[in-house]
Design a protein around this ligand. Structure first.
Ligand code: PMV
Length: 324
């Protein structure tokens, strides 16, 4: 079982696509909603893997991503049996709500256990990273930082993983405003590649993101949620600016997204701590005090199809047959 995470300092752009090595560190909060539960069983007699997502057999590119990931696990374990993978997402898949993070974190944990790999959290995070970069952070509960790592090849492979960021007890929540639950127009993978290759704002944003990471860690440490929110919001808007200036532009924000951002500004005018972040999709996640979450949620309901209140959630864990 694993939960999604929402980045406050975004991962946007790889320096190595095959190894899924990011250009910069990122930092996230793991949620206590939208969990993914994945069961993996070995199927030695089968000629190939069988993968179902929410009861439907997976095919094409999503299927290939899972089997390529299982191949990596098998290669590490030195075993070659096929697997039956059954995944249940409680998050609307492909809506920019980071189902790939919980999905690959859960798969990394279940598959590594079934194939007999005994991994600690760092090794598990490294493995999950190969499925989807943001999955490296969902191994951990609460706040986590994913290190870009250094160098190339083996050195880089082993130095890029996430770790927990200890914080004081924070009165924090995240309100998720779903403005469109449909699948996204461009995959985050393709959008990232295009942004790195063509946006003149990309490297300046990476520079500012490095500074944002230092600042947000300090803000988290002193429990300064206003600063955490300010930094997260500017980091996300900066990331979207890099996409908007890619050639051709990638635009995930819709009029409904901007309407939610306006409401967040209004909440602040009304004296409520509320800061927005958006990922590779039109939906908005609003960081606020846990004690204000219902008020924030009510304010965001209009013009959105669904709203959810989340808090810091648990790291990935095995439910039964635990062999770690
Ligand atoms: O892990 P991916 O390939 O789905 O990329 C996720 C990228 C963002 O959600 C936009 C940012 C992040 O850090 O999670």
């Amino acid at each position: 079982m694993a939960c999604p995470n929402i980045a406050l300092i975004k991962y946007w752009g790889k320096r190595d696509e095959r190894l899924v090595l990011p250009t910069a560190d990122s930092l996230s909060m793991t949620l206590d909603v939208f969990s993914t539960t994945t069961t993996v069983e070995l199927s030695p007699a089968a000629s190939g893997d069988q993968v179902t997502l929410n009861g439907t057999e997976m095919a094409d590119e999503p299927y290939r991503r899972v089997t390529a990931f299982l191949d990596l696990v098998r290669q590490k374990a030195g075993r070659f049996e096929a697997a039956v993978v059954d995944t249940h997402n409680t998050v609307p898949t492909g809506a920019g709500l980071a189902s790939s993070a919980s999905g690959f974190a859960a798969l990394a944990l279940a598959a590594s256990a079934v194939y007999g790999l005994k991994l600690d959290d760092t090794e598990l995070s490294r493995l999950a990273r190969r499925g989807s970069g943001s999955a490296s952070r969902s191994v951990f509960g609460g706040f986590a930082v994913w290190r870009a790592g250094q160098g190339t090849g083996d050195e880089a492979e082993s130095s890029s993983y996430a770790e927990a960021v200890p914080t004081p007890d924070l009165d924090v929540a995240m309100v998720i405003a779903v403005v469109d639950a449909g699948p996204k127009s461009v995959s985050s993978r393709a959008a990232m590649r295009r942004t790195v290759d063509t946006s003149p704002l990309y490297w300046p944003w990476v520079e500012s993101s490095r500074a944002d990471l230092v600042d947000i860690r300090a803000a988290l440490e002193r429990g300064d949620l206003t600063a955490v929110g300010e930094i997260a919001e500017r980091n996300a808007l900066g990331m979207h600016a890099t996409m908007l200036t890619a050639r051709p532009a990638v635009r995930y924000m819709s009029p409904a997204t901007l309407a939610v951002l306006d409401r967040v500004i209004q909440l602040r005018r009304d004296g409520i701590l509320a800061y927005a972040t958006m990922d590779a999709g039109p939906n908005v996640k609003v960081l606020c005090r846990s004690s204000d979450a219902q008020k924030v949620e009510r304010a965001l309901r209009e013009g959105t199809s669904q709203t959810f209140i989340a808090h810091p959630g648990p790291g990935a864990f095995l439910r039964s047959g635990d062999s770690r």
